[in-house]
Design a protein around this ligand. Structure first.
Ligand code: KIV
Length: 257
């Protein structure tokens, strides 16, 4: 693993890891200098394409968006989600992960699941493909979107899954909507960093969908905090543009040829 990965691993128990999503070059180049990890998440299915679930996201869609994101990243580690039905067995996963890496030049791929995808993750890592794990709510297979880790059996299984992924050699694990005390326990009991989304302050880092945090995607869920209202700013800019066009104040001579 290269320097970018060791920097992230070294942050465990030292300083928080910052991870955000990007689906295009423009957003990627803004967030790059603030992030440790930029994730091309398959959340783009619902955020950009209005799909009911991430299950409709295809390999081609992920690759095209990732190629755009790649152009905007200079320093962050770039991770690409492997979409649903692209890693149903080890050979399919290896083939598709190689395609993603060669076409997008990303640094790693992210897969959802623990014990169930043991052989798949093992194959990828054996073939030197860096993997980020994802536990808790798994949007590609979820039947409901309730927080995970409230029942004892669920807690035990999640902790086991995290340990399995750690032993396999993934470089970090996203914990999505995992109950706070369990997120804390998992974070304490594995060597690699946990990156939380709706999984408490106890994780080693946090990830959010950028469109949610800047108020461009207008969803209301508990784990999202809107740090800006970009929709309002875009509206204001467009109103100004419209008024200037109507009042013949734009374009001026300086904007004309
Ligand atoms: O698809 C995505 O954006 C994700 C993050 C929310 C972790 O998986």
């Amino acid at each position: 693993m290269n320097n970018k990965f060791s920097k992230i691993l070294k942050k465990k128990n030292r300083s928080k890891i910052i991870c955000l999503t990007a689906y295009s070059k423009n957003i990627a180049q803004i967030i790059d200098r603030h992030c440790d990890i930029v994730l091309v998440g398959d959340s783009l299915g619902s955020v950009l394409y209005n799909y009911k679930s991430t299950r409709s996201v295809t390999l081609d869609i992920m690759i095209e968006h990732s190629k755009s994101v790649r152009m905007g990243i200079k320093k962050s580690l770039m991770v690409v989600d492997m979409p649903h039905n692209t890693y149903r067995n080890s050979s399919e996963a290896l083939r598709n992960a190689k395609v993603i890496i060669s076409k997008t030049k990303c640094d790693a791929v992210k897969l959802e699941g623990g014990k169930k995808i043991y052989n798949i993750v093992k194959t990828l890592i054996k073939n030197k493909i860096p993997v980020m794990g994802h536990l808790g709510i798994l949007p590609q297979s979820a039947k409901n979107f309730k927080a995970k880790g409230k029942k004892t059996i669920e807690r035990n299984n999640l902790l086991k899954d995290a340990k399995i992924l750690d032993e396999l050699g993934v470089f970090s694990i996203v914990l999505e909507c995992v109950e706070s005390s369990l997120a804390k326990e998992i974070t304490k009991n594995i060597k690699i960093p946990t990156i939380g989304i709706g999984a408490s302050v106890y994780c080693d880092g946090q990830v959010l969908v950028t469109d949610d945090l800047i108020g461009l995607n207008l969803i209301k869920v508990r784990f999202v905090k809107k740090f800006a209202n970009i929709t309002k700013q875009i509206n204001n800019a467009i109103i100004k543009f419209k008024n200037e066009v109507k009042n013949k104040k734009f374009p001026k001579k300086i904007n004309s040829y």
